[in-house]
Write a protein that binds this ligand. Structure first.
Ligand code: ATP
Length: 239
């Protein structure tokens, strides 16, 4: 469904990403694991069309070439990003944020139906529709951010560290919701430092080190790979 290749990004002299390539199918969760500064955010932003890349970048979604398409048209094509820091409108209410999420043409006609799906996924949001997002907890704000992205009816959802700052219990709740999104047929590309929890819900994973994809595999294989355990799982047995 989503195929990207040859994504290279530099910030001035600093090469943050070198010829990254990956794919995500509908109905699967793919996690990108990497330490601080590995280039995870850069990769998601580059896929979403938000960063200038070196020539040669290829982004294809459902067979359509999006390599040179503007970010808002990438959303129209079915790719939505939940950025780090959430990217929500903190001074607006939950209902207003969800409505804005349905602004792309692909989503307008099905706004009511999509909103019902989002509120089914995150029932807490249904009780808080009139609440200003700024006054909500971190976990609730993350739900708003994901809900808003889902309102655009994406085929592929990109999520940048959704577990950041959440308690272990909330992370589990959130990841359970991501499974439901996956089972509805959406493909999820998840960037995470929380390797243990994200590998537990993922189907596949890629390892990003210093801007290069250095490994990939089924999530279960990665969980038991000694090098992955040392680098990302604290070397603990019995994961
Ligand atoms: P983290 O988990 O800490 O957010 P990350 O894996 O998402 O890290 P990126 O944010 O993609 O990493 O950054 C990759 C590299 O590019 C880092 O060395 C970072 O310092 C650098 N970088 C990112 N954004 C910029 C920028 N706007 N200007 C200069 N350098 C940048």
């Amino acid at each position: 469904m989503l195929e990207v290749s040859d994504i290279s990004v530099s910030y001035g002299q600093h090469r943050a990403l070198s010829e990254a390539a990956l794919n995500v199918e509908r109905g699967e969760i793919v996690v990108i694991l990497g330490a601080n500064g590995a280039g995870k955010t850069t990769l998601l932003k580059a896929i979403a069309g938000l960063l200038p890349c070196a020539p040669g970048k290829r982004v294809r979604l459902g067979g359509r070439d999006l390599s040179r398409v503007a970010p808002h048209d990438i959303v129209e094509a079915g790719l939505a990003l939940v950025p780090e820091g959430r990217g929500i409108f903190a001074d607006l209410t939950v209902a207003e944020n969800l409505l804005l999420g349905a602004n792309p043409k692909r989503a307008r006609a099905s706004e009511v139906e999509q909103r019902a799906k989002v509120l089914g996924l995150f029932p807490k949001l249904g009780e808080r529709l009139k609440q200003t997002v700024r006054t909500m907890s971190g976990g609730e704000q993350q739900m708003v951010a994901i809900g808003r992205a889902l309102m655009s009816r994406p085929d592929i959802l990109l999520l940048d560290e959704p577990s950041l700052g959440l308690s272990p219990l909330l992370v589990r709740e959130l990841f359970a919701a991501l499974r439901v999104v996956r089972d509805s047929g959406v493909g999820l590309l998840l960037v995470e430092q929380n390797a243990r929890e994200s590998l537990a819900i993922a189907d596949r994973g890629y390892l990003l080190e210093n801007g290069e994809i250095v490994g990939h595999g089924r999530a279960m294989e990665l969980q038991s790979d000694p090098a992955v355990r040392r680098a990302y799982l604290g070397g603990l047995a019995g994961v």
